[in-house]
Design a protein around this ligand. Structure first.
Ligand SMILES: C[S@@+](CC[C@H](N)C(=O)[O-])C[C@H]1O[C@@H](n2cnc3c(N)ncnc32)[C@H](O)[C@@H]1O
Ligand code: SF4
Length: 410
C-alpha cells in the first residue's frame, strides 16, 4: 500500500486558508496538479498513491470508481475557486499525473482541464501536461487530448530492455514508448517527455545505453532519468529482502548517471535539474520548475499535496474517503502546516541546489556556507558561479547531490 501521510493541523471543512497565505499572491505563478489514482496493475517498485481495481474492490463504493472520478475531481477544482476567492491569477501550468491518467477516457481528462479553464482561466502559453502509460494510449486518444488543450505528454518508458521491464513489472512491450512519441508528434504535441529508470537489478551498462539510445531515436524534447529507489513496503523491496533479486548499488547508479549525462548531452540535451534534461529552455517542464521555485500550486485528487503562500496541505489518500468528503460538501484536506521562514529557507536550498541555476549563497547560514566552501574545494560546486554568489553543482556534485544538499542546509 502507498506510504502514510504526515501529521498536521486539521483543515477546516470549507478548506479556507489563513488570510496571510493569499497575501502577495498576484506576484506568484499558480499551477494545478490533478492526480489520477488508478493503475491497471501495480509495478513492484512503485509506492505512489494509486490503486488497482482489485485493491479498490469492496472499498469506497461507486464514488471511488474510475467512471465517477472526473466529476469528483471537478468538485475539488470548484472548491479551489471558492477557497482562492477573488484571486485573479490565471493558471500557468496544469499537470495530470498518477497513477495512470490515461486509464480514464480522454474526454474525462479534457473535462478536468476545462474545469480549471472555466474556474480560473489559463494564462497565455500555459503548459498542460499529462503522464501516460505507453500501453494505454492510441492516436485517437492523443488527438482528443491535443484538441482539448493539452500541450505536453510524458510517457513512462523506463527501459528498452525486456528483461529490465520484467523486473520492473512494466506491462508495455519494448518499442511501444518510441511509437507513442511518433503518435504524439502526429497528434500535434510539440513537447514530449520520456521517463527512464536506471540501476534496476539485472540491468547492465549496455542495457542502459540501449535504453538511452532508443529514447533519443524516438525524438522527445525532454528526458527524465531516475535512479531506481527501493521503497519500503513495495513488492520489489520484499523480493530483494528474500534474496530473489540483488539490491541496487550506489556505485552502479553513479556510473549510469554519467552514461546518461554523456549520452544526452552528446544528443543536444542539457540538464536543468539533476534528473531532467531538455533540448532547449522552452522544452523544460514549467510545472516542475514551479514546484522547485516555491510557487503556488493546488494539488487536486486523493493524497495530493498543495502549497499556497507558505501553507502546505494534503488530501485524504483513499479515493473513497476523498469522494465522500467532496460529496458531503467538505474539503478533502486531511492535514496542513504553516511553514516557518526557516522551513521555507531549508526547502529552497533542498530544491534549488538541484537546479542548473543553483541557489544563491545568501540563502545559506554560517554552517551551510562553511560546508559550501568545503564542497567547492572538493570539486562539488562550480567555481565561476560561486564567485558570483551562487552554489551550482558540478557533474561530480550532481552524483552526490543528496549529500551536498544535506551539508548546505545546516
Ligand atoms: C508515478 S509514475 C506515473 C506515470 C505512469 N504511471 C508511469 O508509470 O509511467 C511517474 C514516474 O515516476 C518514476 N518512478 C516511480 N517510482 C519510482 C521508483 N521507485 N524509483 C524510481 N523512479 C520511480 C517512473 O519513472 C515513472 O515514470
Ligand atoms: S504504472 Fe506508474 S503509477 Fe502505476 S504502479 Fe506503475 S509506476 Fe506506479
Amino acid at each position: 500500500m502507498p506510504s502514510a501521510l504526515p501529521d498536521g493541523e486539521p483543515v477546516p471543512d470549507d478548506g479556507a486558508l489563513p488570510p496571510h497565505a493569499l497575501a502577495g499572491a498576484a506576484d506568484r505563478p499558480l499551477g494545478f496538479y490533478l492526480h489520477v489514482p488508478y493503475c491497471a496493475t501495480r509495478c513492484g517498485y512503485c509506492d505512489f498513491n494509486t490503486y488497482t481495481a482489485t485493491e479498490l474492490r469492496g472499498t469506497g463504493g461507486v464514488l471511488a470508481s474510475r467512471d465517477h472520478y472526473a466529476a469528483t475531481l471537478i468538485e475539488e477544482i470548484r472548491l479551489a475557486r471558492k477557497v482562492l476567492g477573488d484571486d485573479p491569477r490565471p493558471v500557468r501550468t496544469v499537470f495530470v499525473g498518477g497513477g495512470t491518467p490515461t486509464l480514464l477516457a480522454a474526454d474525462d481528462l479534457v473535462r478536468m482541464l476545462r474545469a480549471v479553464r472555466d474556474e480560473f482561466g489559463l494564462a497565455p502559453g500555459a503548459e498542460v501536461t499529462t503522464e501516460a502509460n505507453p500501453d494505454s494510449v492510441d492516436p485517437a486518444y492523443l488527438a482528443t487530448l491535443r484538441e482539448g488543450g493539452f500541450t505536453r505528454v510524458s510517457f513512462g518508458m523506463q527501459s528498452a530492455r525486456p528483461h529490465v521491464l520484467r523486473v520492473l513489472d512494466r506491462t508495455h512491450t519494448p518499442g511501444r514508448p518510441e511509437a507513442c512519441v511518433a503518435e504524439a508528434r502526429a497528434a500535434g504535441f510539440e513537447h514530449v517527455n520520456l521517463d527512464l529508470i536506471y540501476g534496476t537489478p539485472g540491468e547492465s551498462d549496455d542495457d542502459w545505453r540501449a535504453s538511452l539510445d532508443a529514447a533519443l531515436a524516438a525524438g522527445p524534447d525532454h528526458v527524465s532519468a531516475y535512479a531506481l529507489i527501493v521503497e519500503e513496503g513495495t513488492r520489489l523491496a520484499r523480493r530483494i529482502r528474500r534474496g530473489e533479486i540483488p539490491m541496487t548499488d550506489d556505485d552502479v547508479h553513479a556510473d549510469r548517471y554519467l552514461i546518461a549525462e554523456e549520452t544526452l548531452s552528446a544528443a543536444g540535451f542539457t540538464w536543468y535539474e539533476v534528473s531532467n534534461w531538455a533540448t532547449s529552455p522552452a522544452a523544460r517542464c514549467l510545472h516542475n520548475e514551479l514546484y522547485w521555485r516555491g510557487a503556488d500550486w493546488w494539488g487536486a485528487g486523493p493524497g495530493a499535496h498543495s502549497h499556497v503562500g507558505g501553507v502546505r496541505w494534503w488530501n485524504v489518500k483513499h479515493p473513497g474517503a476523498y469522494a465522500a468528503a467532496l460529496a458531503a460538501g467538505r474539503s478533502p484536506g486531511a492535514g496542513r502546516e504553516v511553514l516557518t521562514e526557516e522551513d521555507r529557507r531549508i526547502e529552497r536550498v533542498l530544491l534549488e541546489l538541484r537546479l542548473r541555476e543553483g541557489v544563491p549563497l545568501s540563502v545559506l547560514r554560517e554552517a551551510g556556507l562553511a560546508a559550501s566552501r568545503r564542497a567547492l574545494a572538493d570539486g562539488l560546486l562550480e567555481r565561476g558561479p560561486y564567485e558570483e554568489g551562487r552554489a551550482v553543482l558540478t557533474l561530480r556534485g550532481r552524483l552526490l547531490a543528496d549529500a551536498v544538499v544535506r551539508d548546505l542546509v545546516d
